[in-house]
Design a protein around this ligand. Sequence first.
Ligand code: SF4
Length: 373
Amino acid sequence: MAETRHDWTKEEILAIYNKPLMELLYEAATVHREYHDPNTVQVSTLLSIKTGGCPEDCGYCPQAARYHTDIEGNDLMSVQQVKAQALRAKSAGSSRVCMGAAWRNVKDGPEFDQVLEMVRTINKLDMEVCCTLGMVTENQAKRLAEAGLYAYNHNLDTSEEYYKEVISTRGYEDRLQTIENVRKTNVTVCSGGIIGMGESSEDRAGMLVALSTLNPQPESVPINALVAVEGTPMEEQKPVEIWEMIRMVATTRIVMPKTQVRLSAGRTEMSREGQAMCFFAGANSIFAGDKLLTTPNPDVNQDMEMFKMLGLNPQKAFVKAPQPNTVEAEDSQFQSLGEKPRWSRPGHSIGQNEAATEKGKAKKLIETPIENT
Ligand code: SF4
């Protein structure tokens, strides 16, 4: 059996990534079969519970308020709305719900309490609950765990070196610290990245070094292909070639054999043949629903047709780890500490982010109606 190593080097990972494709596919598919059922793929549903208006400057993200893209923002959804969407997702074959809020970090208070209630509600529907809410402290991670959270998503996005070209409002060490905080609970870790942001193959390998040398490795690694949204600093980036995606999935599978590898954003640009090769290379999860937070995604019926064609079965909930217990709010051991953690703010200048911010300001000015004086 392929061993789980925590000492991968960038050179070793690059050598795998650059192997002749047939050799790479064979090796990845062999590792995949050792730890996973190759005919089972998890279907997860991503719900944007709070969209837009984010203070961060992630160069790929249309939810950053400063870029003034055309996405429609919304305030935090109600618990009932989330429950209704989770039930719909479950009946369409999803075993996991991932709730995303466009926040820099979690703040103690009524909105976080509402998210905790959403976690309790979905866990009681016997679905895996994942949240992606930005940076969290240890106490906040413990409160999420107590509510019944199954996974916390916090992507490293890219290599530590290239991260500085993408985001200036927080540092790589904040990401690692949040993952460490989550690791102090029994919540599983979901962390991956995006390809197609202008990074080199070395950066892709660098991200896989950062993820695979974590001990334990993340239970789940989403691999996204950039969806270049108009108005964002990366609007001009060329689409990722399917071969790059297949290589990235296969390499991830080889260096993290037990991890659930998720085909995430960018699936609308992929043919069914391309997606089938990704499944062969070791991807064993997709996100369902016509939107992934704010970017387009294939609709559920198309995905189910693809599953039928390929003879794939949706994975049941809690196959990889047991269902957590839910502790009710009144019985909670961990109360709000009203923390105000000092997450870093490097604030260096990224040319393309600044240009997109200026463009966003100009657009806002044009769209603002002139008041009568
Ligand atoms: S990726 Fe997340 S943190 Fe970054 S701008 Fe978008 S919503 Fe905010």
